[in-house]
Design a protein around this ligand. Structure first.
Ligand code: BG6
Length: 487
């Protein structure tokens, strides 16, 4: 899609935590580096009755807290604040909505991007409202935060409501993992090098593990989180997107249709996990009190202040039923209050078909490629190497690691927030790193199957102490098949 760069960003939910923590600091980063059109404006909107000055003061505070001192300067902060505006509005208040429309109209000098960073139930009503006041026509686009709904049915209802007003090409569904450098580098690694592709399939890969482990708990977001759990909060979106980028066929081009068509094929090839299989293919966990990084932390229910059967950990043994991946298990796991923060993809290759070093007692580990996405960005390839030694009874081998530290390799380049990339793309109308409707619905369909299975089988989460790698049954998920989680 070729669009003119937008010159107005309207953030719905502008006083919320995400806006203050990520969205406004990201826009400042783009602004400071001169990446936005000269006349660019930001209009924040939310229910709180603030005026421009009060909102600017909160933005100034957010920049102070969230942008490293070396990445900001007073002159550009002041210029940025002057480009920021605020209009209070409640979606159910017709007069306020009219006033918001008038404000958008007065600030608009070209294309507009609306970013809905509110609860998803407001997405369709906000779009309807923008349509009703004539502000959703050509030259406007809408960004939607995850989660799109709670299950397939609610996602369809939201998508129907949104696309009644904005055609699909103008809908930009955000999965902030796609804005991360490390995640985009997965594409570069796979499709910018000839080395890996011949090995990237069931003939050579024994197993794949995708881990998104967090040390944080629910951080005051209990009401939202308790309604979602790890399956809806992380698996349906971030983990499945990582799975898609890891497993997809090479797209013909790096463009929105080609990339998203290939991701969709992966989602549609995911073997459903039926009610009969949930016990052997999935594990749900919930953290109890424990210690993370040597600090004592309460259990999930204590944090929440009530009883709950919501899972804060999920692990799965998934299969992609296509030619490339037939028979290769994809172990997926994500959890809160894990021992350390880490997002990584681990491909273990098959063992050598025959060892010529058998007699010497040398232990052979299969090769592995480990793509670490955060907190550090690192690519590791494990190899067997001879131990330097004059041993007459044969060669001794030991595992060594070829290690590329991406931060060191690009030390001069500032690591950008994921939203900087995503905002720039939405402003310029490039949807490659956004999630298409059919992707999000295919992902929900697969997740719904698992959650239905849990309900049918009465699966409730097993407790795991905070600061551990999930319930003990997650070990059996892999060990039963001769595999082990990487820890
Ligand atoms: C969000 C989830 O989408 O991603 C949070 O709602 C989670 O629960 C967060 O903590 C993790 O993002 P990141 O960028 O810190 O890995």
């Amino acid at each position: 899609m070729s669009a003119r760069p937008a010159s107005l960003l309207v953030i719905f939910g502008a006083t919320g935590d995400l806006a203050q923590r990520m969205l406004l600091p990201s826009m400042y980063g783009l602004y400071r580096d001169g990446l936005l059109p000269a006349d660019f404006r930001i209009l924040g909107t939310a229910r709180s009755e603030l005026d421009d000055d009060a909102f600017r003061a909160s933005v100034a505070e957010a920049l102070d807290r969230r942008v490293a001192a070396g990445d900001r300067d007073e002159a550009s902060v002041q210029r940025f604040l002057a480009a920021v505006h605020y209009q209070a509005a409640a979606i159910d208040d017709a007069a306020a909505a009219q006033a918001l429309g008038a404000r958008i109209q007065s600030l608009r000098s070209g294309d507009v991007v609306y970013h809905l960073s509110t609860a998803p139930r407001f997405y369709a009503p906000i779009c309807a409202l923008l349509g009703a006041v004539g502000l959703a026509g050509p030259g406007t686009r809408v960004m939607l935060e995850k989660p799109i709904g709670h299950d397939l049915a609610s996602a369809i209802a939201i998508n129907d409501g949104v696309t009644r007003v904005f055609d699909e090409a103008r809908v930009f569904r955000v999965d902030h993992y796609l804005g991360k450098e490390g995640v985009q580098n997965l594409l570069a690694l796979r499709f910018g090098n000839a080395l890996f592709e011949p090995l990237w399939n069931a003939r050579h890969v024994e197993q794949v593990q995708i881990t998104v482990a967090e040390t944080i708990g629910v951080e005051g977001r209990g009401d939202y989180y308790d309604h979602s759990g790890a399956s809806r909060d992380m698996l349906q979106n971030h983990l499945l997107q990582l799975l898609c980028l890891t497993a997809m066929e090479p797209p013909a081009h790096f463009d929105p249709s080609a990339v998203r068509d290939e991701k969709l094929k992966v989602l549609r090839s995911l073997r459903p996990i039926t009610a009969a299989e949930v016990a052997s293919h999935s594990v749900a966990g919930q953290y109890s009190a424990g210690a993370v990084e040597a600090i004592a932390v309460p259990g999930y229910r204590d944090e929440l202040g009530r009883g709950s059967d919501t899972e804060t950990y999920i692990a799965l043994r998934a299969h992609i039923d296509n030619w490339r991946w037939s028979g290769v298990p994809f172990y997926l796991r994500t959890g809160k209050r894990m021992p350390r923060r880490c997002t990584e993809i681990y491909l273990q290759f098959r063992a050598v078909p025959h060892s010529i070093f058998k007699g010497s007692g040398a232990r052979m580990n299969p090769n592995a490629l480990i793509i670490k996405l955060q907190p550090e960005e690192q690519i590791e390839l494990t190899l067997m190497h001879k131990v330097p030694w004059l041993d007459r009874s044969g060669l001794k081998l030991s595992q060594v690691t070829l290690d590329l530290d991406v931060h060191d390799a690009f030390a001069q380049t500032r690591r950008r927030l994921a939203y900087e990339r995503l905002y720039l793309d939405a402003i310029e109308g490039n949807g490659t790193l956004f999630v298409r409707r059919d992707e999000t619905e295919a992902a929900w369909q697969w997740i719904d199957g698992i959650l239905d299975g849990w309900r049918a089988q009465g699966v409730t989460p097993k407790a795991y102490p905070a600061g551990t790698w999930g319930p003990s049954s997650s070990v059996a998920l892999t060990e039963r098949h001769g595999h082990s989680w990487r820890e």
